[in-house]
Design a protein around this ligand. Sequence first.
Ligand SMILES: C[S@@+](CC[C@H](N)C(=O)[O-])C[C@H]1O[C@@H](n2cnc3c(N)ncnc32)[C@H](O)[C@@H]1O
Length: 215
Amino acid sequence: MEDSIEVILQDHSAKYLHRYPDNHALAAGSGALLAGCYGLWAMFVLPGFRRVPLRLKVPYLPSSVEQTANVMKLLQGRQGALADLGSGDGRLVLAACSQGFRCTGFEVNPVLLAYSRARARWSGVPAGHARFVNQDFWKTDLSGYSNVTAFLAPGVMQALEEKLLAELPDDGRVVACRFPFPRWTPSHTEGSGLDQVWAYDVIAVRKPRPQNPAA
Ligand SMILES: C[S@@+](CC[C@H](N)C(=O)[O-])C[C@H]1O[C@@H](n2cnc3c(N)ncnc32)[C@H](O)[C@@H]1O
């Protein structure tokens, strides 16, 4: 009777039952890992997002080392105030500070803001040279900035063209990362692939204002 179907089944179920604790631990471990990843993602990407309209939402993605270096090349020889639109963990702002700019990073995610402020302190950036503000840049007047950096998303670049044209001074320069402006012609570009960046001089992309015939 040892080979009867009952014995075989008993044998198999004993094996599976024996293995079950391992499978259970594996499933619980994977679940915990997924929950942890989601928690981290939500902590860094979601906060502050509720305030930005759906069509203008841009997730957090940091500039690579090469992309940052490309941005700095296109800002060489320039000076004054610089705004990073969506400053993330502050890496573009800190790199620009080391090139002598007075920088403001606009960021809606409070976790990234706290991190970039702490990072500025650790890196010993002189007081007042790097400011990180919890502000939606779409609702901010950017006319005080002659240098602007933007690593955002393709879907918002056209709306950003309009905002920057309306607000930036004639001597302004905008550096766009990874996603170029759809209607502007760049004056310079640096890098390739995902690290490509483009510089636009406001005077060159701004259409001449209509002359006043009475003047
Ligand atoms: C692609 S990341 C770029 C981060 C950083 N500039 C860099 O190059 O590493 C875009 C950042 O913009 C922020 N952001 C999106 N919309 C914003 C808004 N309306 N105002 C301020 N920050 C915004 C996001 O939270 C995110 O951190």
